[in-house]
Design a protein around this ligand. Structure first.
Ligand code: PEP
Ligand code: CO
Length: 455
């Protein structure tokens, strides 16, 4: 390990490779101007936070921590509002408390926040009533309204996305050291604070029981002067987003004083999506040179050999805590596809963190054409993933959700049926678990974790 820059890599080396999901900007001069400005603005995260996260992920790899990653499919700048941010953090925090209680280990919270503004699309264009326009690629690129002007890729939105990420992160950091930091604070625990009419009594009681037990255990440990209390309860949130728009990512990737290598300072954990993970493509080229831990989404079509090559390319020095493999196979396929990959990675002697994303392999379209996901499929993929890893002697180190703290109606099951979907379907992209579904999901995972501990 010398310079920590892999051979042949430079900040621009991705530009010679095919860029999947590339965005065409008509005004090259405006794009250049924006990226120049972005480059001069302060970073959103720091290299020492990135280094810290790598250490924590290394512990999750060996089962000492559990990762909870979640947030919107697509963040929007119009939702850069206090209430949305608070509610998202709160559901992640509450889920993590349930998981800490069940798993008897610290939970590492990684939000899909402060930069999840760029979306890959299955089709570059969208047609409505005979009119064809570019698809909506997220608020970092264009706007959702179906007009030619709104759908034009606008470089100014790169800057706007950065600004909204900064606003979001500023509030997240403030909450993490203020209100949320003190787990004795009643609003962290108290469900009545939410006044959620839709929350079933059983769930409310279950949560109350869990939080009572947890607070009691905390008080007990504190009375004994346990140093682990601090560690267990520190409320930290790391950020993550799909590193899709390489204009944005590369403009904010820097060398930093007194460290070797380059850091992507837009987020702690960028991930490469299922549609952009080609070995010879620009995204893998770009991210193989950054020091951040890197997530890689793996769908059912990936081959074991491809996974091994991806891990080798993106972790040239075989470091711990560097690679997060986020498998999203679908409930129906996970039992068949996951073991081969896990075995190949093991046989190659590679060390990774395994996480399941039970959302993206379980998308279905209703008879009336609404994109949804079924709570039971989501849970099934998680449970099967636990089984596969247990059987193969590896560790399922975390879960990755599309969720929101709001009472939306986008996924079915956990209190909603197909007829409810049009009541409050807000997502501009994929369907998310709502507040109640997310909390219930945490309890179901908790049950599974307790079973594993007993075994
Ligand atoms: C996503 O996480 O929103 C996404 C597009 O996932 P994937 O790349 O796994 O399809
Ligand atoms: Co999505």
């Amino acid at each position: 390990m010398t310079t920590l820059v892999p051979p042949g890599w430079s900040i621009d080396s991705f530009r010679d490779k095919p860029i999947a999901q590339d965005v065409h900007y008509e005004d090259a001069a405006a794009l250049a101007e924006v990226t120049r400005e972005l480059r001069t603005l302060p970073p959103l995260v720091t290299s020492w936070e990135v280094e810290k996260l790598r250490e924590l992920l290394a512990e999750a790899e060996v089962g000492k921590r559990f990762v909870l990653q979640g947030g919107d499919c697509a963040e929007t700048t119009s939702e850069t509002r206090a209430s949305f941010i608070v509610n998202k953090l709160k559901i992640l925090l509450q889920m993590s408390l349930v998981l800490i209680h069940a798993g008897h280990k610290p939970v590492l919270r990684i939000a899909r926040m402060a930069g999840q503004y760029a979306k890959p699309r299955s089709s570059p264009t969208e047609t409505r009533d005979g009119v064809t326009l570019p698809s909506y690629f997220g608020d970092l690129v264009n706007r959702p309204e179906f007009t030619a002007e709104a759908r034009r890729a606008d470089p100014a939105l790169l800057l706007r996305g950065y600004q909204h990420a900064a606003l979001t992160l500023n509030f997240v950091r403030t909450l993490a050291v203020g209100g949320f930091a003190d787990l004795h604070h009643p609003e962290v625990w108290d469900l009545s604070f939410f006044e959620r009419a839709d929350l079933p009594t059983e769930l409310r009681e279950q949560y109350q029981r869990t939080t009572d037990q947890l607070s009691e255990a905390l008080r007990f440990m504190e009375a004994l002067g346990e140093s682990t209390v601090e560690q267990l309860t520190r409320v930290e949130f790391y950020t993550s987003h799909e590193g899709l728009n390489l204009h944005y990512e590369s403009a904010k990737t820097h060398e930093v004083p007194r460290r070797k290598g380059w850091y992507d300072l837009t987020t702690h954990l960028p991930w490469i999506g299922e549609r952009t993970r080609a070995l010879t493509g620009a995204h893998v080229e770009f991210f193989r040179g950054v020091r951040n831990p890197i997530g890689i989404k793996l769908g059912p079509k990936v081959t074991p050999d491809e996974v091994v090559q991806l891990v080798r390319a993106l972790n040239p020095w075989g470091e711990k805590g560097k690679i997060v493999l986020i498998t999203r196979m679908g409930a129906a396929r996970v039992a068949e596809t996951l073991p081969k990959i896990v075995e190949a990675v093991g046989a190659a002697g590679l060390r990774v963190l395994w996480i399941t994303d039970p959302m993206h392999g379980n998308t279905q379209t209703t008879a009336s054409g609404i994109k949804t996901r079924d709570f039971d499929d989501i849970l099934q993929e998680i449970e099967t993933s636990f089984e596969v890893h247990e059987r193969l002697g590896t560790v399922l180190g975390g879960v990755h959700f599309e969720l929101t703290g709001e009472d939306v109606t986008e996924c079915i099951g956990g209190g909603l049926n197909v007829a409810d979907l049009d009541k409050k379907y807000v997502s501009l992209c994929d369907p998310r678990l709502n507040y109640r579904q997310a909390l219930e999901m945490a309890f179901r995972i908790a049950r599974r974790m307790k079973d594993s501990r007993r075994k």
